[in-house]
Ligand binder design. Structure first.
Ligand code: GLN
Length: 207
């Protein structure tokens, strides 16, 4: 199973290391054609405006929307969360608009620009270590979105089917359990695709 990390800008190598530790193969994705070779995609932290610009420049917008339309899992961390959101607070134009959430950028204020904390996440036993750096937060979610964790009553981890987002940087610690959670999502999706494919194949052989 192969998981790609969008390598236009941001924390790419750290994500690849965490994917490897979680038991899958991690590869950087620099060209749209490479999306065809992977089962899941991580959009890393960095600067969402820059990542959005580079995605438009290198034709990733439609390609990633197609990838998502095939129900292939996507995990956005920090700036990657902003890139996946349908709505960004203020006047800013949203990017991929795939996930039914409204986000606020740099939402923790100047005093708390960066900090670390332990977070409880639904589906993961015990707390995980989370590093927040000029982090966004999720102001509101649509009906199909499950809230997986909050920090001081603010939503910081959420899932909508095959889409997962976190406000923080899970790749900057040795704790790879959120990556393991995503690897499980990818594995489940890949095996359900295989099952439905072989079922279709058997059905067509039977007729
Ligand atoms: N502040 C950045 C943005 O708005 C996100 C920061 C990060 O990814 N660490 O894009």
């Amino acid at each position: 199973m192969k998981i790609g990390v969008l390598a236009l800008q941001g924390a790419v190598a750290e994500h690849i290391r965490s994917i490897t530790r979680a038991g899958a193969e991690g590869v950087p994705i620099k060209k749209v054609e490479e999306l065809a070779t992977i089962d899941g995609l991580i959009i890393p932290g960095g600067e969402s405006t820059t990542i959005g610009k580079l995605m438009r420049k290198y034709d990733f917008m439609e390609a990633i929307r197609d990838f998502s339309a095939q129900s292939k899992p996507i995990f956005g961390t920090c700036a990657g969360l902003i890139v996946l959101a349908e709505r960004i607070q203020g006047d800013e134009e949203a990017h991929l608009k795939l996930m039914d959430i409204t986000v606020a950028r740099n939402a923790f204020g100047r005093q708390r620009e960066s900090f670390e904390t332990d977070l409880s996440v639904v589906g993961i036993e015990e707390t995980i270590r989370a590093v927040f750096i000029r982090a966004p937060l999720i102001l509101s979610v649509g009906a199909g979105v499950e809230i997986l964790s909050t920090y001081k009553d603010e939503i910081v981890t959420a899932r909508q089917g095959h889409l997962l987002v976190a406000s923080y940087h899970p790749e900057l610690t040795d704790d790879y359990r959120l990556h393991a959670y995503f690897v499980d999502m990818v594995r489940e999706q890949a095996s359900s695709f295989k099952n439905s494919y072989s079922r279709r194949h058997l059905d067509s052989e039977a007729t």
